[in-house]
Structures are given as structure tokens and as C-alpha cells.
Write a new protein. Sequence first.
Length: 254
Amino acid sequence: MELLPPQDPSHWLAALAINGLLIALAQRLPLLTRAGWVHAGVLGTLLLGSLGWRGWLAVVAYLALGSLVTKLGFRRKRELGLAEARDGRRGPENVWGSALVGTVLALLACRAPAAAVPLLLAGFAASFSAKLADTFGSEIGKRWGRHTVLITSLRPVPPGTEGAISLEGTAASLVGSGLMTVGMLALGLIGGWPTALLVSGVGLVATLAESVVGASLQQRWDWLSNEVVNGLQTLLAALLAMGLVQWLPAPGSG
């Protein structure tokens, strides 16, 4: 695993300049709202500054894959009233609902003792794996889920209901978590297949837990918006990964 970039003012100024230029060039892409692009620039600066290009590319991959799956079957989802608002463009609330936990862990990792960095990066990876699992499961389940049930009671409910799951959507969640985890592994942000399998599994577990919250507490408490629930989901995934990764055998042992 490569070392994290040097934490000096010139590195952070370069991160700011690079992201400013890239956001200015990318604003025509139908992925984010105008305000969403501004916040994405802040997010990109923080990730490039703290983790370097590996952390930045990981979140670009998350954005690209999430946007792609959102567009799948979009016309039909719009006809059914299940499509994301703003033609699928994400705003600032979506950016930070998905990435706040991971960003905090990235900022901690770049200042932490070397021994703590792998732990924090496992949490970083798990937070984004869980969020991509949620996006894949929701978007595929709404469009192609044939039998949608409430996770807490298994009672049949219409697609798009908070807390609803389907076999197709759950399988898509596993694919989304796996894809994000493989990307993190390829970028060297997590080390070894045992950690990758743990992170991928945690992503699916956190997504199912989010469905439980959506089916129960979110219906009762108005302050539990989708963005807050997303933040709780990514936090749960990060905490589980950081708690469990310590029990994995060290590379080269046994």
C-alpha cells in the first residue's frame, strides 16, 4: 500500500486548483445540479488533498457507477413515478449524504499514525461500498423487482416504498458493493482479498439495515430524511468494517 501524499500547503493548493479546473470542465455533464458540482469540487479537493489520486478516483468511480445505474430504465421509472428528481441529477444534499463519513475518515487517515491508516481506509472503503450497494439495489429494484416486500414484515408493497426489498434489488446491492470494493482494492486503498470480502459483505449488511430504518423509524420521525439515513448507513458500514477488520489475519500470516 502506497504512502499517503505529503500534507503541505502546496499539495492542498494544487488539489484545489485541479478540482476547480475539472469541475469547470465537467459541469455540462448531466450528473449533478449546478450547486451539486460546486460541492463535488469541495469533496474532490478534500479527497485529493488527504488521500491523493487514489481516494479521488475511488469517489469518481462511485459517482460514475451510481449515475449510470440511475439512468438504467429511467424512462420507465419516470412513467411509474419512481425516478429520481431532477432527471437523476444529484444535489449538495446527495453529495454529502453519501460522502460525509468517508471524507471525515479520509481527513483522519492523512493525519493518523501509520498503524491506524489501514483501519481508517477500511472504513472509508466500506462507506462508499455500502452507498453504491444502496444505489444499485434501489435503482434496479424499482425498475426490475418482480416481488417487492417490506423488509420488516415481508408484506407485499409497491416498488419504491421506503424499506422495500426484492430479490433482484438485493442481488444488485451485492453487485454494487462488490464493484466498489474491487475498485478500492485495485487502487490500493485496502489490502488483500480478506479485507475486500469483509468490506463488500459489510456494504450489503449496512444496506439491508438501512431498509429496516426506512421501513420503521423513517416513517415516524420527520427529521430522518433520505440524506440523514444515507449518512447513518455509511457510518454503520464504516464502524462495522473498522471493528471487524482487526480480527482478520495479518497478510502473510498462517
